[in-house]
Design a protein around this ligand. Structure first.
Ligand SMILES: Cc1ncc(COP(=O)(O)O)c(C=O)c1O
Length: 458
């Protein structure tokens, strides 16, 4: 491993070994050396610093005695001290950091992971590893780009066009597509185009990450209620510069915006000059009826459509796309040019490779199969506990209304199951109580175990 810079001052009058020990200890305290980091051998460190090997050995011996380092015969000398800890004795190397109490005898000992049933996580179980490796290999073989592509790679934008047509029924010209770093990043970019201090209508409850991105751009957020038909369009106050909506599958309540409300929304947007941002975060994931046409198909003149690879693959790709009216798109590209921000090419290349050989289509079919089976399991558990599951047969979460979400979340945490409540999705605290049960994140086995704990608590 590379050591952080260590200075040895021969004119300082302090022994060189002491100086070296001070430097390594300081680096561990500051966090530039971390538990688990392997130090160079005394021989190579001596050569690097131009000191004798004895100086290095003295420093290492001192730190071994203080407990900052541990020697493992045959594999080297490692940092074990926790930054900020007092050097008062050896600490056990490589401690596990998370300990959760027992669930069905899983706890104690080695396996102390919490089971997470939080919403918004990708379903890594459904990602076929050979498929994933193939795509990265193809991506790695592409020529290294000389400069960043502000609009996104042409091949990726062509994949988006095909994806929108096949999976979302939206015919779109490639010239209207932009690659993004994901939907939340795209919201931040759109927010930067609006005059500072604009009022933006958001669903309440809604997506907290999106709200935070808009708020941090200095805008004023106005919560608009949602009901079983999605966003209550006639509750949007006058004077909004933009409205952010999840029409396919309202996040988190799970309703689909009705056709009548869609028409009402775009008429309102045209009349008031309001930008409509359609956050289609999980539009590929429907298990019953076909989705309604996108808002962007109904009103391409006022709707900016956001798509993301976060739910169908992983947010780790940092990759999404948008389709915007020409003036909005041109402003976004200008803003990227001026600020130097641009979408990274790696994720785009991976998605392009997945699409090119049909892997993406196969993956989506596998993912839908897996998630619809998991959804049925969650719905059965919620019903079995005498509660009503809310939301369409879509996406990767179910809402269950409960009386005291905080108490339930705390009780589940005691048993090693992490649950998500509706409270944190509300702009205004006095919202409905409920659990937002995500079923994509855990393994299938952990989901079953987590649901058992939940059922007992419900
Ligand atoms: C409604 C909604 N929109 C967008 C996102 C995130 O998308 P991205 O990862 O592309 O920023 C999420 C993720 O949880 C979400 O729930």
């Amino acid at each position: 491993m590379d050591l952080p810079p260590l200075t040895i001052d021969r004119s300082a009058g302090r022994p060189l070994g002491v100086q070296l020990a001070d430097g390594i200890r300081g680096a561990a305290m500051a966090g530039s050396l971390r538990p688990g980091d392997r130090l160079p051998s005394t021989r190579s460190l001596a050569a690097e610093l131009g000191v004798s090997r004895t100086v290095c050995a003295t420093a290492y011996d001192q730190l071994l005695a203080e407990g900052w380092l541990a020697a493992r015969p045959g594999s080297g000398t490692f940092v074990v001290g926790v930054p900020g800890a007092l050097p008062n004795g050896p600490q056990p190397p490589f401690r596990a950091t998370l300990t959760a109490p027992a669930v069905d005898g899983r706890a104690g000992g080695a396996d102390t992971r919490a089971i997470t049933l939080r919403a918004g996580l990708p379903c890594l179980d459904a990602i076929d590893r050979p498929m994933w490796r193939r795509a990265w290999r193809v991506a790695a073989d592409a020529p290294i780009e000389r400069s960043a592509d502000l609009e996104g790679l042409p091949a990726f934008r062509a994949v988006v066009v095909e994806h929108l047509l096949r999976h979302r029924g939206l015919p779109v010209d490639p010239s209207r597509v932009l690659a993004t770093a994901g939907s939340t990043a795209a919201l931040a970019e759109l927010a930067a185009l609006l005059p500072a201090g604009s009022s933006i209508a958001v669903e309440d409850p809604g997506y907290a990450g999106g709200a935070a991105a808009l708020r941090s751009a200095g805008h004023h957020l106005v919560g608009v209620p949602v009901d079983a038909d999605g966003l209550v369009v006639d509750a949007i106050p006058a004077g909004m510069a933009a409205v952010v909506v999840t029409p396919a599958h309202q996040y988190p309540m799970g309703a689909r915006l009705t056709a009548a409300r869609r028409v009402e929304l775009v008429e309102r947007a045209r009349r008031d000059g309001m930008l409509v941002i359609e956050d289609d975060y999980d539009g590929e994931l429907r298990y019953d009826v076909a989705p309604l046409p996108l808002l962007a198909a109904l009103a391409p003149d006022v709707v900016t459509h956001l798509g993301t690879a976060s739910k169908m693959l992983t947010p780790g790709l940092g990759c999404g796309w948008l389709v915007a009216p020409p003036a909005v798109r041109a402003d976004l590209v200008r803003h990227r040019r001026a600020t130097g921000s641009r979408p990274a090419a790696a994720g785009q290349r991976v998605i392009t490779a997945l699409a090119a050989n049909g892997d993406l289509g196969r993956h989506l079919r596998r993912l839908r199969r897996e998630l619809s089976a998991r959804r049925a399991e969650v719905v059965a558990a919620v019903r079995g506990a005498g509660r009503t599951p809310l939301g369409d047969a879509a996406g990767a979460h179910v809402v269950a209304e409960v009386d005291d979400e905080r108490a339930l979340i705390a009780a589940a945490a005691e048993q090693g199951v992490e649950l998500d409540g509706l409270a944190r999705h509300h702009l205004h605290p006095a919202g409905r109580q409920g659990l937002v049960i995500g079923y994509a994140g855990p393994t299938a086995g952990d989901l079953t175990t987590g649901l058992k704990v939940l059922s007992a608590l419900l």
